[in-house]
Each structure stands twice: as C-alpha cells, then as structure tokens.
Design a protein around this ligand. Structure first.
Ligand SMILES: O=P(O)(O)O[C@@H]1C[C@H](O)[C@@H](CO)O1
Ligand SMILES: Nc1nc2[nH]cnc2c(=O)[nH]1
Length: 310
C-alpha cells in the first residue's frame, strides 16, 4: 500500500513507528514462517525475563533462533533466549516467543510490537503475555503472580505509541478503544484455575516505563497514586497492538522484586534478583499457563462443535 506521508519521494522520516512494519513486510515474515511450519496454532505466548522455561515445556518443536527469522532483531537481555518456538503445550499447538524485544535495547516500539502483527497474520486468536515486574502495591510480596487487569503506560500517551503513523486497516482500526484490552473471560478462567490449584493470584494494574533504569522513589510514589500495582518495561505496548489486531489478551506479571518507595532505603532493584525470583517461581506460572492453554482450547473445540451441530 502506498504510504501517504512522503517527502521528496522518500518516506517522511517523521513518519516512523508503525510505518517500519507495513502489512507487506509483516506478511513476508508470516509467509516465511508458514512455509516452514505445519502447525497452525491459535495461541501465542511471550515469555518475560527469566520465564523462558515455558518454551522448554513445548514438545514436537520447531525452533527458529530470532537470527534466522526475517526482520527479527537480536534478543540482547539476560533471561531472554531469543527463540521462536512452535510446538505443543499440553497437546495444544502454540507458538512461543522465548524472549521479547524491549525499547531500551534500542528498538522502536513498532519493532517491539511487530511480533503481535505477525501473530495475527499467522492466524492466531489469542496471546498470553508474561513479564517480570516490580511490586508497587505494598501488600504484594516477591514471588506473587499478578493477573494484569489494565495498564498505565505513559509512553503510549506520546508519539512513541506504536500505532502512530499510517494506519493499515488490515491490522486494525485507526482509533482503537483500549478500555478492554485484557480479555475478561480469560481473566475469569485463569482465576478459576488458580483457585483450583490453591495458588494465590493477585489482580492488578501494570504500569510500563521505557527502562533500562528502574524507577526513582518519587516516580514510584506517583505511579502508586495513579493506581498502578506493579511496574515493568514491556507488555503494555504489546498488549495494545495485540488487541488492536483483534487478538484476545491474557497478561500475567511475576512480582520479581519490591519497588522501593522509601527515600534513602538501603534496598535497590537489580536484574539478578529479577532473574532469581523468576527461576524460583517459574514452575507455578508455567503450570498455570499450561492449564489455561488446554482449557481455552477445549472451550474452543466445544464452542465449534456446538456451532456445527446447530
Ligand atoms: O521482559 P520483561 O518485561 O519480563 O523484563 C523486565 C523488564 C526488564 O527487561 C527487566 C528488568 O529487570 O525485567
Ligand atoms: N521498571 C521496572 N521493571 C522491572 N522489571 C522487574 N522489576 C522491575 C522494576 O522494579 N521496575
């Protein structure tokens, strides 16, 4: 599709963001994948920092290191392996990103969210986004699992929003509503599963900043006032683009550290603690996600059968 914003025959350099990943470019990526994989998953999973173990649970896999996938950049962060894996989780076909792209790695938000557009063109219907986050809510403990019910993402209020630029309606609408990004019946289902497993699930609002630095005490106090329960450096923009593309979204944040909201405290956040907590708590989170995937699939098969018998 011809880009409307041109300057001297070239794309206007200001028309960055989503113009970097035109429909044709994303289709090139999706087609490259579809030519190489027989599996046609409906669910995608993005593994957050230290949570790549979910990818290792897949069987009958086809693994593409990001370096092999056209237009995929490197994953440069410790705890993000950098593999796109197709396989089965609890007998359900899934595609899993073992590691994500972050803006602080020097990648545009358009690039960070490009995999959501690829998921759409692969025919996915849902995505599960997992991440590590600092707990701002003072009742949260390190190791808690928080179901994301909404987000606060100041960068998305600016022209850093990955949807800025020419809109291609084949992905989604020019003016998407964002008050229902995190799919209600998915949240209900995962709460049900957690309760059956006697696993405590916190419910909360995830806030996302650009990183790579953690937050000042005053910033955290401000986020708390705004209603945030946890803070991270990813997920919100992915959830936005996934939802814009019509995918249902489940977001889960592992509280890997307590955000330090006392001035002059001796404590400080660090990535080693983030990875250690993720390693320690990954098993519960993985089991929750595995069960969710199989129940969602069973519900879908039920629904299709019911539809067909009508
Ligand atoms: O990829 P996620 O959001 O899980 O990782 C968080 C944000 C930074 O990448 C890192 C900071 O410790 O953890
Ligand atoms: N911004 C931010 N990201 C995180 N990822 C894991 N913990 C944190 C945190 O405390 N702050």
């Amino acid at each position: 599709m011809e880009h409307p914003v041109k300057h001297d025959g070239h794309l206007n350099v200001n028309a960055i963001t989503n113009s970097q990943f035109s429909f044709d470019k994303v289709k090139e990526i999706a087609d490259w994948i579809l030519e190489r994989v027989e599996l046609r998953p409906k669910i995608g999973i993005v593994c957050g920092s230290g949570l790549g173990g979910l990818g290792d649970r897949l069987v009958e896999t086809k693994i593409f290191p990001y370096s092999e996938v056209p237009h995929f950049p490197k994953s440069t962060v410790v705890g993000h392996k950098g593999n796109l894996i197709f396989g089965k989780l609890n007998d359900v076909p899934v595609v899993c990103m073992q590691g994500r792209f972050h803006a602080y790695e020097g990648y545009s938000n358009a690039l960070c969210t490009m995999p959501m557009k690829v998921f759409k063109l692969l025919g996915l219907e849902s995505v599960i986004l997992t991440c590590a986050a600092g707990g701002i809510n003072q009742s949260f403990e390190v190791g808690d699992i928080m179901l994301i019910k909404d987000h606060i993402a100041p960068l998305l209020w600016t022209l850093q929003n990955p949807l800025v630029g020419h809109n291609d309606d084949r992905f989604g609408p020019r003016f998407p509503a964002v008050n229902r990004i995190y799919t209600k019946h998915y949240r209900d289902l995962i709460k049900e599963i957690a309760s059956e497993k006697s696993l405590e699930l916190k419910d909360g609002v995830y806030s996302s900043l650009g990183g790579p630095c953690y937050e000042t005490v005053s910033e955290l106090r401000g986020l708390l006032q705004l209603g945030a329960d946890a803070v991270g450096m990813s997920t919100a923009h992915e959830a936005l683009v996934a939802s814009y593309c019509g995918l249902k979204v489940l977001g889960i944040a592992l509280i890997t550290n307590k955000a330090v909201i006392e001035y002059d405290s001796e404590n400080y956040p660090n990535h080693e603690e983030v990875i250690d907590t993720a390693n320690r708590r990954a098993k519960d989170l993985e089991e929750l996600v595995s069960e969710f995937v199989s129940r969602t699939f069973v519900q879908k098969v039920d629904m299709n059968n019911n539809e067909m018998s009508k």
